[in-house]
Structures are given as C-alpha cells and as structure tokens.
Design a protein around this ligand. Structure first.
Ligand code: UD1
Ligand code: CA
Length: 457
C-alpha cells in the first residue's frame, strides 16, 4: 500500500502576530491553527504527519503529541523547509502532501479531491491553486499555450505581465516522493529573496519529463493564510460560520448566531436552541431539545437531553437529562450532575456528584461532596471542604433536607432522610431520620430597648 505523508511547514517567525505564542499555536473557535491543519490532513487520509518547526519549536512539541517534528534551524525558504523532512521521506514510495501550519481553513474535502486528481492524472506534482481578487504577494501560476502549468513565479521575481496573472499558488501540493527528493537536491537560492523556493520544483519536475498539474479550487477562503491578528479574526469568522451552518443543517437553532462560538469538535443534538453569547468548547456534547445560553460557556462537558443552562459556566463536567442550571451557576471540573436536578443562581459546584431530582436552588457552594437523590439544599449552604491544609469529603444521603445557611464542616456525613435546621454548623455525622440543630437558641430580653432608652432616639 502506498502512503500519504503530510509535511506541514510551520517554522516561520510569525513576526506580524506580535506574540510570545508561536503563530500556529494561536486559536480560532478554540482550536489551534496547527490542529485544524492536522485534522484536515488526517481526514483526507494522511497516514503520517511531519511538522517542520523552527521558531518557538518547544511550544509546538509540547502541545501536539501524535505527529513527528523536524527542526529547521534557519528559515531559508519553503524548499529548504521541506528538505529538513528528507530523512523521514527517503525510501518511501507514496505521496507527500505539503501544507502550511498557518492555513487552517483548508478542508479535507478539497484535499481529497485534489489528491484524486493527482493520482488520476499520474502527476509527479499537483499544486492547489485559486483565483483571487488581489494576487499581490503570492506566487503566480504560469500556464503554457495548452493551459498546463509550466512554472510558479514569486511576486518579487515576476515581470509586470506575470503579475497580472490572478491564479495564485496556495502553497499546498501533492508530490510523488522520488520526484520531490530529486528536485529538492537541485534547488538553489538564486532569486530576489535568496531563498530555496519549493515552487522551483515544478520546473525541475517538468524538465525531467514528469507531469505537473494545477488543481484550481473555487472557494479561495480555504487557502487564507494567517499572518496577523486581523487575518486571525477573519479566519475565525469564516470558521465560526462554517461550524454553525453545519449545526443548523443538523437541526440546531441559533438565536443571533454571530454572537456564539462553537468549537470544531462540539456535538449538538437536534432541536436544541443556542441563545446569544454562547461558547461551546473542546470535546463538548450537548443533547437534544436543550436550551443553552444566553451568555453561557461550556467546556469539555457532556450534557444530556432537555437540559436548560442559562448565564452559566460549565467546565469538564457532566450533566444528566432534564436538569436546569443557572442563571449564574458555576460548575467546576469534575462535577457530575444527575437527571432532573436544579442548580440555581449563584451556586458553585466543584468535583462533586449531585444525585437525580436534587435541588440546589440558590447561593450554595458544594465542593468535594457526594450529594444523593431527592435532596434539598437550602439557600446559602456551604460545604466547608478545606481546612487550610487539606480538602475533605462530604456525603449527603438520599432524601436529606439541609436547611438554609448551613455549614457542613468536612469530613462529615449526613445520612439519608436526615434534616438539618437552618443556620446549623454541622461537624458530626447526622443519623438517618434525625434532626440536627447546631446553633444557639434564640434569647428574648423583654423591653430591652426601653430600658436602654433607645426608644427615645
Ligand atoms: C509561499 C509561496 C508562494 C505562495 C504562498 C502562499 C514559495 C517560495 N512561495 O510564499 O508561491 O503563493 O506561499 O501563501 O514557496 N516556512 C518555513 N520555513 C521557511 C520558510 C517558510 O517553515 O524557511 C513556512 C512558513 O512558516 C509558512 C509557510 O512556510 O507557514 C509559507 O511561508 P511564507 O514565507 O508565508 O510564504 P511565501 O514565501 O511568502
Ligand atoms: Ca504567508
């Protein structure tokens, strides 16, 4: 079987981003530019991915795990960049797909079609090209009298006549490995920029009687490269629309879609409505018939069917079906909320389980706790899970009733069906069916105000 090996060029400095973060590590819709390119390559059938890195190389090695890296110490041009991958390509029979790490809008669909054309035409090289309104700065596609590609001329090296060509080089190519390696050997840097141009391989392959093709794509937004923050935000807008339109096609409604950002890996069930200002990030899965938002952020979480979440933040958590969250709730990592639960306003839950049908309606903190089913947590309950040094566990049994303004000083256990009076600070186990009162009784001093003369004020 022949392999498809993708080489992603990402060694450039990305100076115009003015950033301490490597350019391809910047994100659109919550995912790095590089990860979009990797995803497209994988979906297009790539068997192996090699990234050529240079500037801020360590950041990239740390953040991406399942690809190979080669270092380009000095950035001497795109041809020189591909040369760095030579040791990993030698002796291989397949095809090399060259992509850029800063071109995240390329789709697997386009790559697949271009690859098919490359194989069908038995090309040694196929360049992905596009017609653009303003070709300034790009390499131009020069075609012969039969309309076949004959070379690529860089803007800086082009004649006036060539500069008038509006078909440009996207920088993405399919190469047969032997033809690529042979051409790379012969590259020089005798051009206006003193760089080793990958584009020069076209003429070399043709002069060896190889065949070269240009695959012209219709949607030139797919090849949009990102060099500055403006282009980053333009690319994000395109990606955002693309993702949201896909969800709409699948039966999800959006109110003011331009105000929401949905990550590329997010799944949303049909008949769910996404209200304005909603961010759904990472590996988030939302069920059917949910109402999410307005102004809600959900990250790496699973949400069941018929759930309503408004004005809230949910991180690395799970929520069952028919549960209501918010407004103004904060579910922190490791929370597992059951079915038909109510998590009301100003409730914070951290690393805790909340059982089915339980109500935590307002102003409550629950941390490192296991709260059972059909529990009522009153207003202002605090799980006192931290003693200044260690975190401790709290357990509240099924059907327990915890009154308002109760402190549960952990570690402590409230057994099933127990009641706790309002204002109690609970430090010891509350047995099943018992009532715990842990506060001073009220004292009445009659006519105290008069005796003090305070009624005359
Ligand atoms: C290149 C093409 C040009 C094409 C354009 C599309 C060449 C000579 N020119 O232009 O025809 O229209 O892309 O955007 O190939 N990189 C490295 N190492 C290097 C140089 C570049 O990794 O030594 C990477 C950059 O990080 C970037 C990509 O290659 O991701 C393209 O580099 P860039 O300088 O933007 O391309 P141009 O030479 O302007
Ligand atoms: Ca560029």
């Amino acid at each position: 079987m022949r392999d498809l090996i993708t080489v992603i060029l990402a060694a450039g400095a990305g100076t115009r981003m003015r950033s301490n973060t490597a350019k391809v590590m910047h994100k659109i819709c919550g995912q790095t530019l590089l990860d979009y390119v990797i995803d497209a390559a994988k979906k297009a059938g790539s068997d192996e991915i090699i990234a050529v890195i240079g500037h801020q190389a360590d950041q990239m090695r740390e953040s991406v795990k399942d690809i190979a890296f080669v270092l380009q110490k000095e950035q001497l041009g795109t041809g020189h960049a591909v040369m760095q991958a030579r040791p990993l390509l030698e002796g291989k029979a397949g095809t090399v797909l060259v992509l850029y790490g800063d071109t995240p809008l390329i789709t697997a669909q386009t790559l697949k079609k271009a690859y098919e054309a490359h194989l069908d035409n038995k090309n040694q090289v196929t360049v992905i090209t596009a017609r653009v309104h303003d070709p300034t700065g790009y390499g131009r596609i020069v075609r012969d009298q039969d309309g076949m590609i004959s070379s690529i001329v860089e803007h800086k090296d082009a004649t006036e006549e060539q500069r008038a060509i509006d078909e440009i080089n996207s920088g993405m190519y399919f190469f047969e490995v032997p033809a690529l390696l042979k051409a790379l050997d012969r590259l020089d840097n005798a051009n206006s920029q003193g760089e080793y141009y990958l584009t020069d391989t076209i003429e070399m392959i043709l002069s060896d009687n190889g065949s070269a093709g240009a695959f012209l794509i219709d949607d030139c937004t797919e090849i949009l490269g990102i060099n500055d923050r403006l282009q980053l935000s333009e690319a994000e807008k395109i990606m955002r629309d693309r993702i949201i339109h896909e969800h709409m096609k699948n039966g999800v409604s959006f109110i003011l879609p331009e105000t929401s950002v949905i990550g590329p890996k997010v799944e949303i069930g049909r008949d769910t409505v996404i209200y304005p200002g909603t961010l759904l990030e990472g590996n988030t899965r939302i069920g059917e018939q949910c109402h999410i938002g307005p102004y809600t952020r959900i990250s790496n979480s699973a949400v069941g069917n018929d759930v309503h979440i408004m004005n809230s933040v949910v991180l690395d958590s799970q929520i069952g079906y028919m549960t209501k969250v918010g407004p103004f709730a904060y579910l922190r990592p490791g929370s597992k909320i059951g079915n038909n639960v109510k998590i009301g306003d100003f409730v914070e839950v951290k690393k805790s389980e909340i059982g089915d049908n339980t109500k935590v309606s307002h102003l409550t903190y629950i941390g490192d706790a296991r709260v059972g089913k059909n529990v009522n947590m009153g207003c202002g309950v605090v799980v006192v899970n931290y003693d200044g040094t260690n975190k401790h566990q709290t357990v509240v049994g099924d059907h327990a009733f915890v009154g308002c303004n109760v402190n549960l000083v952990s570690p402590v256990e409230v057994k099933p069906f127990a009641y706790i009076a309002a204002g109690s600070t609970i430090t010891d186990e509350v047995p099943e069916y018992a009532l715990a009162i842990a506060r001073n009784r009220q004292t009445i001093i009659s006519d105290w105000v008069k005796k003090k003369g305070l009624d005359k004020r």
